[in-house]
Structure formats: structure tokens, C-alpha cells
Design a binder for this molecule. Structure first.
Ligand code: FMN
Length: 373
């Protein structure tokens, strides 16, 4: 099961399974001299951590991260900084319950990865899905915390903007509200509705999907490259690589198809500071695969959790038809915990492109140019 690495100059490799002793990652390519301690990483892991409300899985994992390498604390200054060598991070798994999964050892959960893994590899780890488990995404979140520190002034924030059929009211969007409810929802009224709605879904043993929006501010203009290293292409790939994601949009996304050319084009003016200003952001901060300096806006759809209590028709490893019911602990809406994961993947892609930009172009040309005389 190879291909566990992503990124070019900032390369992240994750390892570990849902029910193994630990999960971890190696972040290679982080520049030296960046202040970094566990305290810089832990808050992001705490956002993704399971068991924090009745709306997420009751698996109790403290997700305490340890930095094993790649940092150095100078006794003189007392400050711990990155050395530029690989940063290895480790999180112990402490709350595995393999017996929860014995009923689905041989029968595939429709919507989960077991069948595809068996067809390809001849084996699948039925205990929480092994490598297909979203437990792996904790390490993406940890890597994302490092990525955020690489790009000066970068601010990446995510929010859940739709649960099932219930969209937020975008006019009521308040970033401060995101940390006030268990859904990372920016609309207080919608969050109150989600609480009742998801209680119903959870009690009935079912599950529901969600849409998440991630906005990256402070992205320097010029990240990304034509053709095969487009920033939006790499963002879409990274987000699609998150478990249960079935769709990604940049800026106006699928909605752009319904706009006229006049409405879709982001008109431009010059600001008082001598920099170009866009009058709208349908492009989502990316033109020609290259960042414009506008906020980068990524939206993604997460499918309903496949672990549900209602019996579903399936087949087993031996080609026999049967029914399957998933017991054990599950998120009724995995889209909630996907918020910090989406933020992390966006941060990693932007940091990778930031280093690539520095490598190829160095200091960007000074725009606007002087007109020819
Ligand atoms: C935060 C998070 C938690 C998840 N927890 C579960 C879960 O408890 N049960 C489940 O069936 N799927 C869960 N998933 C989704 C599966 O990992 C995913 O559907 C499965 O690996 C198949 O891959 P695919 O949906 O990307 O095709 C979770 C996904 C995320 C993002």
C-alpha cells in the first residue's frame, strides 16, 4: 500500500493504522529556524480529536503529539526551532476496540474501503478500516500546523456551511461563531438547528453529509505554476485525498457554470496602495493556476458516514450475499471533523507552493511595471 507521501519541497509522509499502536508522520523540507514546539501543533489536533461532543464518535483519543526529531532548543535563548532536518511526529493510539469490528470482518460495509482494498491487495484491515480510517488524518492536521508556520502572514480557516440539506445563511457568517458550537459552523442559528437535526440522525442510527468551506488569507500572489503544478489543481487533489470527500470547488466552483461572463469575471481596479484590487472573487484567489493575492477559497462535499445501524445488502469476502450492520463508535456526520483536516491540507499545499516559488523565482518581480517610454 505505497504512495503515503504528498508535496514536493514540503513533503509529508504519514504512517500507522486505526488500530495499531501509534500513528505518525515525517515532514521533510521545513526550512530551518522556525520556532516549533508541541504547543504549536496540539491546538489543531484538539479541534479534530474524537469524543468531544455527542455529535462525534465516542472513541476517546487524547491525540497528544510528540516531536521526535527536526528541532533544536538552544540553551542560550531557550527557544526551540526547526533545524531543517525531517520532523517526525508521533501520536499513540490508546482507545482501540478491535472486537467492535468482528461482525464486519468478512462482510463489506457498503460505502467503505474494504471491498476495494481486498480486490486490489488481497487483504483489508477491518478494525476501523486500517489505513482507510480517518485516524490517519490526525497526522495531516499535525503537518498542517507546521505548514502554517512556514508562510508568513498565512491564515487558513474552515467552516461547516451545510449539513444534509440545511445550508447556513451566508449573510449571518461570523468567524467568531465557529469556535462557539460543536459543528465549526459560522452561523449561530444554523448551528442550533444542526444540534436538533443531528441528534435525530444519530438516534436513528443513520448518518448525513456536509459541505465545508476553507478560506486562506495572506496567500502571496504568484504561488502555483502553469500546466501541471496549478495551485487549484494541487488543492483539489489534496482535498479529494481526504476520506469521504466526493467533490471539490474553487471560488464560484460549479456555480460558475450558471453565471454570465459579465458576472463571473472579477473586475479590477487600482487601490490607493498601488496594488491591484479585484471587485469580486469568483476565481477563488487563483487565475491560470497561480494565486492572485486574493483569499483562496476551497469548498468540499463530504459523504454521509457509511457506518450505520440500518442493515444494508452486501457481499462477503467469499462472494456470498449477506446483510451488514455496523456496530461500534462512529461519527454521525464526518463532515464536522473534516473542517480542521481541510484547513490542514490547504495549509500544506500553500506552504509547499510557497517554497517552490522561493526556489524557482526567489523574490517576485515588482508589479506594476513601468510603462514603456
Ligand atoms: C473525520 C472523519 C471520520 C470518519 N469516520 C468514519 C466512521 O466512523 N465510519 C465510517 O464508515 N467512515 C468514516 N469516515 C470515512 C471513511 O474513512 C471513508 O469513507 C472510507 O475510507 C472510504 O473512503 P472514501 O469514502 O474516501 O471512498 C470518516 C471520515 C472522516 C473525514
Amino acid at each position: 500500500m505505497s504512495f503515503n507521501t504528498f508535496g514536493h519541497l514540503l513533503r509529508v509522509t504519514t504512517f500507522g493504522e486505526s488500530h495499531g499502536p501509534a500513528i505518525g508522520c515525517v515532514v521533510d523540507g521545513c526550512p530551518p529556524g522556525i520556532p516549533l514546539t508541541e504547543a504549536d501543533i496540539q491546538p489543531y489536533l484538539d479541534k479534530r480529536r474524537p469524543g468531544q461532543s455527542r455529535f462525534t464518535t465516542q472513541r476517546q483519543e487524547p491525540d497528544t503529539v510528540r516531536i521526535l526529531s527536526g528541532v533544536f532548543a538552544d540553551e542560550a535563548s531557550g527557544a526551540q526551532v526547526t533545524t531543517g532536518t525531517p520532523i517526525a511526529l508521533l501520536i499513540d493510539n490508546v482507545d482501540q476496540r478491535s472486537k467492535d469490528y468482528s461482525a464486519i470482518r468478512d462482510s463489506y460495509r457498503p460505502g467503505h474501503a474494504g471491498y476495494a482494498y481486498d480486490v486490489k491487495y488481497g487483504l483489508h484491515d477491518y478494525r476501523g478500516g486500517g489505513r482507510a480510517s480517518a485516524r490517519e488524518t490526525a497526522m495531516r492536521v499535525a503537518a498542517g500546523a507546521i505548514a502554517r508556520k512556514i508562510v508568513p502572514g498565512l491564515n487558513v480557516r474552515g467552516a461547516l456551511i451545510q449539513m444534509g440539506e440545511h445550508e447556513i445563511d451566508r449573510a449571518a457568517w461570523d468567524w467568531a461563531e465557529v469556535d462557539n458550537n460543536p459543528f465549526f459552523c459560522p452561523d449561530a442559528k444554523a448551528a442550533a438547528l444542526y444540534a436538533d437535526y443531528l441528534d435525530g440522525v444519530r438516534k436513528s442510527g443513520s448518518s448525513v453529509g456536509a459541505i465545508i468551506e476553507v478560506v486562506a488569507e495572506g496567500v502571496p500572489a504568484g504561488l502555483g505554476a502553469p500546466v501541471y503544478a496549478k495551485l487549484d489543481g494541487d488543492l483539489a487533489g489534496a482535498i479529494m485525498g481526504i476520506n469521504a470527500v466526493k467533490g471539490v470547488e474553487i471560488g464560484a466552483g460549479f456555480g460558475a457554470a450558471t453565471l454570465s461572463g459579465e458576472d463571473n469575471a472579477d473586475e479590477m481596479r487600482m487601490g490607493n496602495d498601488g496594488k491591484a484590487r479585484f471587485l469580486s472573487n469568483n476565481a477563488g484567489g487563483v487565475l491560470g493556476g497561480i494565486s492572485t493575492g486574493q483569499p483562496v477559497v476551497v469548498r468540499f462535499a463530504v459523504k454521509p458516514t457509511s457506518s450505520i445501524l440500518t442493515p444494508r445488502k452486501t457481499v462477503d469476502r467469499y462472494g456470498r450475499e449477506t446483510d451488514v450492520v455496523t456496530k461500534g463508535r462512529h461519527d454521525p456526520c464526518v463532515g464536522i471533523r473534516a473542517v480542521p483536516i481541510g484547513e490542514a491540507m490547504v495549509a500544506c499545499v500553500i506552504a509547499d507552493h510557497y517554497l517552490r516559488q522561493r526556489g524557482q523565482v526567489g523574490a517576485s518581480p515588482r508589479w506594476p511595471f513601468s510603462p514603456p517610454t
